[in-house]
Ligand binder design. Structure first.
Ligand SMILES: Cc1cc2nc3c(=O)[nH]c(=O)nc-3n(C[C@H](O)[C@H](O)[C@H](O)COP(=O)(O)OP(=O)(O)OC[C@H]3O[C@@H](n4cnc5c(N)ncnc54)[C@H](O)[C@@H]3O)c2cc1C
Length: 435
């Protein structure tokens, strides 16, 4: 009896074991289908369920089922973790690769720039010669290439940088969060997109020595060179290193140089050393550095540039001990271009930016005593400061007029041109041209 019950139990258990094995086989198949192929293969080899010796018991079946499910869950979790680790490492590798590429790009650009400055073998003749490396020249180069895609254009600039935008130098760059902004010179545009102040990276330009042999032409920039003489009969320009370049068409785009104040012109070297005439990248860099070193900066001039710089520095002053003073002869900011009520409204805005605005101020003299600049105003007021920024207008660069025999406008001082901005045969003028 006991024996027959035992036999019956074993038979039932054996039947249950077969059922469990069948169920496990189908569960295992499902799991295998879920797994990616390599794992799938390993799992398949190591869990050939049909080869499991029959334990002959439900407990064993349940144990195998739990172990298999546990294993499946473990494998899935490990795979998931591996996947996210893989993505993390991939993004780290990508960011390292991007940094390396940026460094390489900068090094390549620096090499190219140094090559351009150092051993550049100048072409003796170019189809298009643009004198000056500002916005006007760059825009002209772009237009020439748009009309004639094979055009060969040489820009000669006495600045050390390729063409760039000046407006961010008194605006966006000052409000950047980037602590390296003086190096990167990148800013956020109105649409939120970041860009460099340079119109194009140095790699865009063809090396001057390769310009004439380049099949599809291009734009070259010769930096750090000044055109000192223009022979409009011979179609030839002379550079400050003594070399000559002949041209077919020439554009004078030499812009202007910031004016200084007579009171500063008359003052000692100590005063001149502590005065910035703001126009170039180097001026932005030095004023930015100064703004965290000195205790007081005075901006002379109430126009756009003076007011922009006053606001930029005023904003800085809110986070430091810097004192920012702006003085001008008018009764309010931008008093020469705005109606009185708007000018006064603007002055209130500038004051709210942390600027000490001194209106109706005509500078009589500036001197340097006991480590400070002393500005004396015509009405007797005295202002003490560490550094002065003179933002009092521009003087057109017209030195080439004499050698070229070009006529200047008696009233405004710019080059005299016709309605097509032409001053002579094959010579055009932009920027300070007057027709
Ligand atoms: C800080 C700042 C902010 C400004 N913001 C604005 C703004 O918001 N909106 C606006 O409309 N305008 C603004 N301006 C004015 C605007 O930048 C100028 O109108 C513009 O720069 C004029 O461009 P340009 O190419 O004619 O002359 P410039 O920019 O003066 O370029 C002339 C270039 O020629 C070079 N050069 C001169 N003589 C020679 C020579 N003999 N040989 C070789 N190179 C020579 C000069 O060094 C200079 O690089 C701003 C200017 C400054 C300085």
């Amino acid at each position: 009896m006991a024996l027959s019950r035992l036999v019956a139990l074993r038979l039932r258990a054996g039947h249950a074991g077969v059922q469990t094995r069948q169920k496990l086989q189908s569960t295992g198949k499902c799991l295998l289908q879920c797994l990616p192929s390599p794992y799938n293969q390993v799992f398949r080899n190591s869990s050939s369920l049909s080869n499991v010796p029959s334990p002959g018991g439900a407990a064993y079946g349940i144990f195998v089922a739990i172990a298999t499910l546990g294993g499946g869950v473990y494998v899935c979790r490990t795979l998931h973790r591996d996947k996210s680790r893989f993505h993390d490492r991939l993004s780290t590798i990508n960011s390292i690769r991007e940094s390396i590429e940026q460094v390489e790009f900068r090094e390549a650009d620096t090499d190219k720039q140094e090559k351009q400055r150092g051993e550049a073998v100048l072409p003796s003749h170019v189809p298009f010669l643009l004198i000056g490396g500002g916005t006007a020249s760059f825009a002209a180069a772009r237009s020439i290439r748009a009309k004639d895609p094979g055009a060969k254009v040489l820009i000669v600039s006495d600045e050390s940088d390729p063409p760039y935008m000046r407006p961010p130098l008194s605006k966006e760059l000052w409000f950047s969060d980037d602590p390296y902004v003086t190096e990167t010179l990148r800013f956020k545009q109105w649409n939120g997109k970041e860009r460099s102040i340079f119109f194009q990276p140095p790699s865009f330009y063809v090396a001057p020595e390769e310009l004439m042999s380049t099949e599809h032409g291009g734009v070259s920039v010769l930096t750090g060179k000044k055109v000192v003489h223009l022979d409009v009969r011979e179609n030839k320009a002379k550079l400050d290193d003594g070399s000559h370049i002949s041209y077919e068409k020439c554009l004078i785009a030499t812009g202007g140089t910031p004016r200084s104040l007579p009171a500063i012109e008359r003052a000692s070297e100590d005063v001149k050393l502590r005065t910035t005439l703001f126009r170039r990248i180097s001026d932005f860099r030095s004023l930015e550095r100064l703004s965290s070193k000195v205790g007081s900066i005075t901006i002379i001039g109430g126009g756009f540039l003076g007011s922009e710089l006053a606001c930029a520095l005023g904003r800085r002053a809110q986070r430091s001990n810097l004192e920012v003073i702006q003085m001008f002869p008018e009764s309010g900011n931008m008093g020469k271009v705005l109606p009185e009520y708007l000018s006064h409204w603007t002055t209130e805005k500038v004051k709210r930016e942390g600027v000490n605005v001194i209106s109706d101020a005509v500078v009589k003299s500036v001197s340097y005593k006991n480590g400070k600049l002393h500005i004396s105003l015509k009405d007797g007021r005295q202002v003490e400061t560490d550094h002065v920024v003179a933002a009092v207008g521009l003087e057109p660069n017209t030195e080439l007029a004499k050698s070229a025999g070009l006529e200047l406008d008696g009233d405004f001082g710019g080059y005299r041109v016709n309605a097509e901005l032409q001053a002579r045969n094959n010579v055009w003028v932009v920027s300070f041209a007057r027709s």
